[in-house]
Design a protein around this ligand. Structure first.
Ligand code: MG
Length: 162
């Protein structure tokens, strides 16, 4: 493989957990007593993933493309953010090769939801599920994430030209 045809990207996002909000992660709703606070649907998994794609393209982050002071982005389905990032990659001749994501959530336990999230990510990225790494870990009860004050996600992706 010609290494000049691949680009790596990294993304991170964190949202606060509050009452009276839905918990949306990886584009699916997860039953929980708390949900993520944000201008959009606050899906920190999709936000981190979109930022990893934009980062690989050396483009500004999602706040540039979807400003949180724009009423049009109120309660936005974050799938739209992924679609935008993928289309910016395609315009430049890139497709998503593989991604790897780690969700940090003290609660709820996410293991049983990961297969459905992977399927959703596979569709959004137009990438096979065996190229979608998706893991969830707790924060070992340490610090703000360990106190269930928020949920965060780390993402890396590889874009391939052609
Ligand atoms: Mg965010």
């Amino acid at each position: 493989m010609n290494l000049s045809n691949i680009r790596i990207g990294h993304g991170f996002d964190l949202h606060r957990l509050v009452e009276n909000r839905k918990l949306i992660l990886g584009g699916i709703e997860i039953p929980h007593r708390l949900g993520l606070l944000g201008h959009s649907d606050a899906d920190c998994l999709l936000h981190a993933l979109a930022d990893s794609i934009l980062g690989a393209l050396a483009l500004p982050d999602i706040g540039h493309h979807f400003p949180d002071n724009d009423p049009a982005n109120q309660d936005l389905d974050s799938s739209m953010i992924i679609k935008k990032a993928v289309s910016l990659a395609k315009e430049r001749g890139y497709r998503v090769g593989n991604v790897d994501l780690t969700i940090i959530a003290q609660q709820p336990k996410l293991g049983s939801y990961l297969p459905k999230m992977r399927e959703n990510l596979s569709n959004l990225l137009d990438t096979p599920t065996d190229s979608i790494g998706l893991k969830a870990t707790t924060h070992e009860n340490i610090g703000s994430l360990g106190r269930e004050e928020g949920i965060a996600t780390h993402a890396v992706c590889l874009l391939i030209k052609g």
